[in-house]
Design a protein around this ligand. Structure first.
Ligand code: ACO
Length: 352
């Protein structure tokens, strides 16, 4: 088993933060509601013309710099996004192009918010198979394009203009979803650990296709001919539909099972784990998982207040912050866990 470890991390978020109060200009929402239900205070949005590939490339450039490697040493990319620049292709190739990496293989995976545990498992498997030695794992999402408003100048407070009652009602109809997401990217460079026994240990990953519509985008669907119609926009089908309560319950029920299974598999206790690096969908989900596992809050760090849910970006962004401020140290035992659209979920153990 190669046991890939992380030798460099980076993250990037675009532009200026948009607070909960800023969002009140375009829909009926409330700072206290958002903070209390999710822990989110603000988020960032990619400007028009900036997509996930650009966010991902910027985070990746920082990860390459932190790893201190020549970019040409990267021989595989595993990219994750649910908001690619185009319906197809995925963003892996564009990230490679933006970084000047040449024609290396660039794989896109579609595990949404659960992408990073999957991506690290895939990277390790590629190394085991002899297909790669230095892998760039990048998770990036630019959700701004599916937000249920078009008055971005109002959101950013660049005008005193009020939005129309129709636009306000349209956005309010999707407020439960719209306040959750922010744009950003996290990246990591993985390579075989020089210390025997360190690096990736294993993952416990699952997909439940029966819940594919727990959160999904109905518009732009190839079930239709053509796959995009003006009526879809009339019905605001570019905005994801989400069964928030079902996702919440699934996360709280399923994630602790994965974490416990992994601990048993590797003969470690929950106490042995230094950090639980959780996907940042909602502070209340992570608090409930924490309570179910009876682990102390200090071991489950959160940065959702500043970024919102950046989907495939969250775990890489949080890890980069923790590596750079010294919380994550070599030799520590890390447990990553996440749940996302698909429904995909699971956990991963690695000795950093
Ligand atoms: N501002 C103010 N009020 C709101 C807002 C808002 N932004 N959104 C909803 N409300 C109101 C509702 O209209 C409702 O009012 P009513 O009782 O008068 O009808 C009330 O608040 C309760 O709404 P619920 O949707 O039932 O609120 P809930 O407590 O379920 O919380 C939430 C919603 C935060 C979305 C929660 O269900 C959740 O976090 N679920 C998990 C979602 C998730 O993790 N998604 C992303 C992961 S998946 C991926 O891969 C992308």
């Amino acid at each position: 088993m190669p046991g890939l470890t992380i030798i460099g991390t980076g993250h990037y978020v675009p532009g200026d933060p948009v607070t909960n109060d800023d969002l009140k200009r375009v829909m009926d929402t409330d700072d206290a509601w958002i903070r209390q239900r999710t822990g989110i205070h603000q988020r960032y949005y990619a400007p028009e013309g900036v997509g996930s590939s650009e966010l991902g490339a910027k985070a990746s450039a920082l990860a390459i710099e932190a790893a201190g490697i020549d970019p040409k040493e990267i021989d595989y990319i595993v990219a994750a996004t649910m908001t690619a620049d185009y319906v197809f292709p995925g963003i892996g190739g564009q990230v490679a192009e933006k970084l000047g990496l040449g024609w290396i293989p660039a794989l896109d995976i579609r595990q949404q918010c659960a992408a990073i545990p999957y991506a690290i498992q895939v990277a390790d498997a590629l190394a085991t198979a002899g297909a790669a030695s230095t892998v760039l794992v990048v998770g990036a999402d630019a959700h701004a394009g599916f937000m249920p408003w078009t008055d971005w100048d109002v959101v950013y407070g660049k005008t005193e203009r009020k939005v129309s009652p129709e636009a306000y009602a349209r956005a309010t109809a999707h407020r439960g979803l719209a306040v959750l997401f922010g744009d950003g990217a996290g990246a990591m460079i993985l390579r075989k650990s020089p210390t025997p026994g360190h690096g990736f240990m294993s993952a416990d990953l699952h997909t439940d296709g029966a819940l594919a519509e727990g959160i999904y985008i109905p518009g732009g669907s190839f079930l239709n001919r053509p796959y995009w119609t003006p009526e879809m926009y009339e019905r605001q089908e570019q905005v994801p539909r989400m069964n928030g309560r079902e996702l919440f319950k699934s996360a709280v029920k399923r994630l602790p099972v994965s974490v416990r299974k992994l601990c048993k598999r590797h003969g470690v206790t929950l106490d042995d784990i230094d950090w639980f690096i959780a996907h940042q969908a909602n502070d209340r989900i992570n608090a409930a998982v924490r309570d179910a596992l009876k682990i102390p809050a200090e071991k489950v760090p959160s940065n959702i207040a500043r970024f919102g849910n950046t989907s495939a970006g969250t775990i890489g962004i949080l890890m980069d912050e923790m590596v750079r401020d010294g919380r994550i140290q070599r030799g520590q035992l890390l447990c990553l866990f996440a749940l996302g659209a698909g429904l995909n979920w699971g956990a991963l153990l690695m000795r950093y």
